[in-house]
Structure formats: C-alpha cells, structure tokens
Design a protein around this ligand. Structure first.
Ligand code: ATP
Length: 132
C-alpha cells in the first residue's frame, strides 16, 4: 500500500512525522480523506480529531484549528495546538471544559463568548480523542 509523509507541527513543537496511508481531517467544507498523490492545496481546519490510517493501525490526534497543506512531497498540518492521545491530560481538559461552560453561562461580551466557545471546542476535542 502506498504511503506519504504526514507532519503535524505547532508553533511549539513537531507533534507527528510518520509515513501514513491515509489521513482524514475536518476542513471548512466538511470531512476530507487524503490519499497518496493528492493534488497540492491548502485549506483551513476545524477544531476536531484528525484520523491517521497506517497499515495495521489507526491513530487519532486532537488538532485544535490551523491549516492543512498538501505538497508534492508531503502533507503538513500546521496547528495552533495538537496532542497525541497519550499526551492528553484528561483532568486538565475536563477542567477547561467546566471553565468554558461557566464563562458561557455568565454575563459576557461577544469577545468572551467566542473565546469561551473555542476553549470549549478544544476541551471537547481533547476529551473525544482521549476517550477514543
Ligand atoms: P488550558 O485552559 O487547559 O490551558 P487551552 O485550550 O487554553 O487549555 P491551548 O492554549 O490550546 O490550551 O494549549 C496550550 C498548550 O497546552 C499546548 O502546548 C497544548 O498542547 C497543551 N495542552 C492544553 N490542554 C492540554 C491537555 N488537556 N492535555 C495535554 N496538553 C494540553
């Protein structure tokens, strides 16, 4: 089965760099599966799990927004933050979820509302990936 190099990088670190068979992302226009030899393109990503398919395995990574870039030689996900399942601290994500929900239920301006909604999406994304 043919493969391609997938890199997931954040401003802080390289989260992932492996040869994979397929990657499934949530772009601005919905779910998208990328196979080897896809045409080059760039698209924004939602806060959502990215599914990586390897020969005999599957891995999910919490990707918290960013961009997907399909190049001739590799596929790069440049994310604001991203965590592999094993690196996710569930208690921290649960606490972040509670904080975001509290902020959303209180009095707030539009800026706080958007910030809380994004924090909630990140927390839910991490919880979903951690819980498989
Ligand atoms: P928190 O409020 O818990 O900091 P956050 O969504 O505001 O969560 P980010 O700003 O997205 O956090 O990320 C800051 C850094 O902390 C990144 O390096 C990110 O990978 C890491 N991080 C955030 N939450 C978790 C978590 N639950 N488990 C592991 N790493 C996390």
């Amino acid at each position: 089965m043919s493969s391609f190099l997938l890199e997931i990088v954040t401003p802080e670190r390289k989260v992932y760099a492996e040869d994979v068979n397929m990657v499934i992302v949530k772009g601005s226009e919905g779910e998208m599966g990328i196979l080897p030899n896809h045409i080059p393109m760039v698209t924004p990503l939602k806060i959502a799990p990215v599914t990586i398919k390897l020969k005999n395995a599957e891995e999910k990574i919490a990707v918290n927004g960013g961009f997907l870039e399909i190049r001739k030689d590799k596929v790069v996900i440049l994310a604001e933050s991203a965590e592999r399942q094993a690196d996710i601290d569930l208690a921290r994500a649960e606490a972040a979820k509670q904080r975001a929900e509290q902020l959303m239920s209180g009095r707030k301006d539009d800026y706080d509302q958007v910030r809380a909604e994004l924090a909630l999406q990140r927390a839910l994304n991490r919880i979903a990936v951690k819980q498989g």
